[in-house]
Design a protein around this ligand. Structure first.
Ligand SMILES: Cc1cc2nc3c(=O)[nH]c(=O)nc-3n(C[C@H](O)[C@H](O)[C@H](O)COP(=O)(O)OP(=O)(O)OC[C@H]3O[C@@H](n4cnc5c(N)ncnc54)[C@H](O)[C@@H]3O)c2cc1C
Length: 288
């Protein structure tokens, strides 16, 4: 199908983009990579009256360490993250996730900001950011505010980004201890959305005791989900096989997958248990 008629604006500053959002009213939308929005417009699930293309705004695409954070600009493409040396050496979880997102064409356009702002529990970055304890920077006419990833997703395709606002940056606190992370999703075929996905980030002290655990789940809950009971089962332990098995079991019990074309509820819970266990081991292997 062909999308409904819309206006198009291409601002060159964040301020101008925010102003245009206000001028064009509630039905205007930001256009980033367009790889979620344009398909929805073509299917007529979305019919924005104006697209405000932020691709000409300079300074929104970067991956850097600064002030105790890994900072990712909202317009950073999946492929930029995939090929970043910094990410490759230290944040293995992004290497795992980006390679599993769609195909190279989508990754060359799709942005990290768009992946989060779309608010889809089937997207992969929400779980990754939950595991890493990210904060999301949002700008509006009054300035900017920082929202914890735990308060970012609050409904079906609904996020903390309100009308008149732009997601500008994702900030991930630099790990304090020995750190390992991993992500995997089961998919029906290469490039598909997750049947079930699990993101894990672990920190250990010098003794090998787990000081911090982050576990995020993809597409097995109405909203991207933090597996809190699983995290609590790991922190303070030496991560024995029993501790890891308990964490995996809790994740599978606490999520709420629905039956659909990708599988039934029991199958998805089983996948969550198996993948959680494997990702904890993979993250640990990366620390050692
Ligand atoms: C064939 C195909 C397969 C895919 N497979 C996967 C997959 O396996 N895993 C996965 O995670 N994703 C997948 N995607 C989605 C892809 O990663 C999208 O690119 C991504 O979800 C959205 O990013 P975008 O930059 O394209 O955003 P857009 O499509 O431009 O925007 C998406 C939404 O976010 C809003 N938005 C975007 N940027 C901002 C911003 N900075 N501030 C405020 N609002 C903003 C837009 O207004 C829109 O509502 C797939 C897409 C396709 C076409």
């Amino acid at each position: 199908m062909i999308a409904e008629k819309f206006n198009y604006e291409a601002p060159t500053t964040i301020k101008e983009a925010i102003q245009l959002l206000h001028e064009h009213g509630d039905e205007a939308k930001i256009l980033a990579g367009g790889h979620s929005l344009i398909p929805m417009m073509k299917l007529r699930f979305a019919a924005p009256t104006c697209l405000i293309d932020i691709n000409n705004i300079e300074g929104l695409s970067y991956v850097k360490e600064e002030d105790g954070f890994l900072k990712i600009g909202a317009l950073t493409r999946e492929s930029d993250l995939e090929h970043s040396d910094l990410v490759r050496d230290k944040y293995h979880i992004f290497g795992d996730a980006t390679k599993l997102i769609a195909d190279p064409q989508v990754r060359n356009f799709g942005t990290i900001g768009g992946n989060l702002a779309h608010g889809d529990a089937a997207n992969d970055h929400p779980a990754v950011m939950i595991a890493l304890g990210a904060e999301v920077e949002i700008e509006n006419v009054e300035g900017s505010r920082s929202v914890s990833i735990d308060e970012f997703f609050y409904g079906f395709y609904m996020t903390a980004v309100q009308h008149g606002e732009i997601l500008t940056e994702i900030k991930i606190p630099a790990p304090a201890g020995r750190f390992g992370s991993a992500y995997h999703k089961a998919e029906r075929k290469v490039g598909d959305y997750a049947t079930a996905g699990v993101a894990v980030a672990i920190e250990l002290d010098a003794d090998g005791t787990c000081t911090k655990a982050g576990i995020g789940l993809t597409n097995v809950n109405p909203l991207p989900m933090r597996a809190e009971r699983s995290e609590a089962a790991l922190v303070g332990t030496k991560l024995s096989e029993e501790d890891i098995a308990n964490a995996a079991l809790y994740a599978s019990e606490d999520c709420s997958p629905s039956d659909d074309l990708r599988g039934d509820e029991d199958y998805k819970r089983h996948l969550v248990k198996v993948i959680t266990k494997r990702m904890i081991h993979r993250a640990l292997g990366r620390i050692k």
